[in-house]
Write a protein that binds this ligand. Sequence first.
Ligand code: GLA
Length: 347
Amino acid sequence: MKASITKTQFGVLQDGRPVELYTISNAKGAVLKVTNYGTIITELHVPDRAGRLGDVVLGFDNLAQYLAGHPYFGCTIGRVANRIGGAKFTLDGKTYTLAANDGPNHLHGGLKGFDKVLWQAEPQQNGSIKFTYTSPDGEEGYPGTLNVTVVMTWTDQNELVLEYTATTDKPTPVNLTNHSYFNLAGEGDILGHVLMLSASHYTPADATLIPTGEIRPVAGTPLDFTTPTPIGARFDQLDTNPRGYDHNFVINRAGKGLALAARVFEPKTGRVMEVFTTEPGVQLYTGNFLNGTLKGKRGVVYAQHTGFCLETQHFPDAVNKPTFPSIILRPGQTYQQTTVYRFSVRV
Ligand code: GLA
């Protein structure tokens, strides 16, 4: 089979701009679909242990449903992923106020983050699509014009490679991620997916999910996934409401570069997903807020815990936590982050 990229129209925005949908088939016949609206990954078809392709991400069949609102299915998140406490931060002596769109806090870039803008798409030679977006100075309250690039590559080895870069003309916080919800069985809940997290520590948070600033060991807690464990096995030991995980883990790493963050195994289908990243953290979110009101592709109702996210990132509220790795990008510097989701099977 020959790898190919095809472009179709996905719909039009309210202002009349057309939205594209790209279908990338690799040499193995596995398929990734991505739209330039929010750079949302709408479908990802990978083989099970019998070689049967199945769609392993949550999403919708049409643009209208994405426009009607959804909890960040498949999109790029920016300018700053996850939460900023009290929806404000001070940078170089100046305080910036952002939208409080998650209780008192700012979440996932604000009211109209990078998930809700139209990106420019340029298909490349090698099964890649280069998406670019210019975020104007002051957009969603953030300082500086930010030029952002996301190169998505769907390799013949069934690896989804996400390479992000950004430059700015004023100092600004930047923390980009992808918010795909995975279900390696393609249906049902994800409680039986067996998860290994290469993380001996996590960042404890308050009731509104803002980190306290501490870094604590996972040992002896239901957050210890250093030994592979079914995702749902210890939900009853968590004090979260709604039930499930929504925690930032500190990835074990020896140095800079790509490190293994997670491995997920789905016993019924044999599908395996590994996550490698350059980032210091990963948010494990188990679809706790899904409540059966959204109907996705193939008419499937997205009930609680029917998908999980592994959002590779700098730590939540880093902009207000001097002890966390900094997310400030200054003119002349280039922000870079790479994350690889690699799919395979275990027999
Ligand atoms: C992230 C957050 C969750 C939730 C989801 C979207 O994963 O950490 O609390 O907001 O996004 O519903």
